[in-house]
Design a protein around this ligand. Structure first.
Ligand SMILES: Cc1cc2nc3c(=O)[nH]c(=O)nc-3n(C[C@H](O)[C@H](O)[C@H](O)COP(=O)(O)OP(=O)(O)OC[C@H]3O[C@@H](n4cnc5c(N)ncnc54)[C@H](O)[C@@H]3O)c2cc1C
Ligand code: SF4
Length: 328
């Protein structure tokens, strides 16, 4: 590991000042960043520990929740309001990593965790994300876990977070604070598709800090769930995951639906085509299958991951069926 300076910030203002002075990276629980530093993939000259930022989960006047960026993943999943009002979020977090990692990992760090593409972690491999302009060994290599939607010739990596998939379905907003002030961004607009610059992963401006996440008031979120399909029953990243919120009329017609997919793209993938196909339809496996087909019509699998298209289709149908009590 290369030597680096270290400073602990008391609050957001302190963190911004320290980061400005040192040109530092922010450090949450360190469960991703420290691994990357050990491997020499990231070599920051300085770290600012931001675990002193708010770790509170507070009620908002509009009936939603405000979650501090330093809230540990375990605390968020165990919070009573989250479990009762946003079960999709609690389930997504508990489907990720291990108990020990969730105890360390923060909300800010989870959102900004890096891809799990093997070649990204291998200094000997060609990787446009790690070293722009060198190529992408995953395209013709071992790409079983890679993207089927929204990828580019430059990069086919996926975003690995489970939590972000639930946040995308819930329409969460990310609170940012930086040298130019405070702003909020919908989480679906925070992460980027790779295009020609996979090294640019988010819309964050230089020095910007995540200070929290706003969950909108959403009565329908009580009927929500998360399904993760992976190689092992625990301690594995998603091959495909689905976060779903379903709001039905008394006669079983879909009043509203929110769907997001994980493990399929460079960012948490809000499945807007499937949502449009479902609104106003009679809930049931036929409508769910049509919606999944609409979303996956433009899927472009790689040499090693064509199975993901059918897996995603079945996962969407099964997740929605869980919410209606139907068996797909
Ligand atoms: C073995 C293993 C298995 C895992 N399995 C899963 C899984 O199945 N599902 C899943 O979702 N995740 C999984 N993870 C990833 C884990 O969830 C992340 O490592 C964790 O959420 C990162 O949070 P952190 O606070 O430790 O971030 P850090 O490692 O501290 O930071 C990650 C990134 O976020 C930046 N950052 C941190 N906080 C802020 C902030 N407030 N503002 C701006 N930037 C910030 C850092 O600079 C860094 O770039 C796994 C990790 C491991 C090691
Ligand atoms: S998929 Fe992206 S992260 Fe993986 S090797 Fe290619 S450019 Fe690098």
């Amino acid at each position: 590991m290369t030597p680096f300076q270290f400073q602990r910030a008391a609050d957001a203002a302190d963190a911004l000042q320290a980061a400005g002075a040192f040109g530092a990276k922010y450090l949450g629980g360190g469960t991703n960043l420290v691994d990357l530093m050990r491997e020499g993939i990231e070599r920051p000259a300085a770290l600012v520990d931001v675990t002193g930022l708010s770790d509170k989960i507070e009620e908002r006047a509009d009936g939603g929740l405000m979650i501090g960026a330093a809230t540990r993943n375990t605390a968020l999943a165990e919070n009573r309001a989250v479990r009762e009002r946003y079960p999709v979020l609690a389930r997504a977090i508990l489907a990720g990593a291990s108990g020990q990692i969730r105890n360390m990992a923060t909300v800010g760090g989870n959102i900004l965790q890096r891809t799990r593409c093997t070649y990204f972690y291998d200094e000997a491999a060609r990787c446009n994300k790690r070293r722009p302009g060198t190529g992408c060994d995953a395209r013709e290599g071992f790409n079983r876990i890679h993207a089927i939607l929204g990828a580019s010739p430059a990069c086919v990596a996926t975003h690995p977070s489970d939590m972000c998939v639930a946040l995308a379905a819930l329409g969460a907003l990310v609170r940012l604070e930086g040298p130019e002030g405070v702003r909020t961004l919908p989480i679906v607009d925070l992460h980027r598709l790779p295009g020609e610059r996979p090294d640019l992963e988010t819309e964050l401006r230089p020095g910007e800090l995540i200070t929290g996440v706003e969950l909108p008031a959403l009565a329908s979120a009580r009927r929500s769930t998360y399904r993760k399909v992976r190689d092992r029953a625990s301690y594995a990243f998603a091959l495909v995951s689905v976060a779903a919120v379903l709001d039905l009329e008394a006669d079983g017609t879909v009043r509203d639906v929110r769907l997001a997919l994980g493990g399929v793209a460079h960012k948490p993938w809000r499945a807007t085509r499937a949502e449009s196909a479902l609104r106003g339809a009679r809930a049931g496996s036929e409508a769910f299958r049509m919606a999944a087909d609409a979303e996956l019509a433009e899927a472009q699998p790689l040499s090693g991951n064509a199975f993901k298209v059918e897996l995603a289709r079945r996962a969407i149908v099964a997740t929605l069926s869980d919410l209606t009590g139907d068996r797909a």
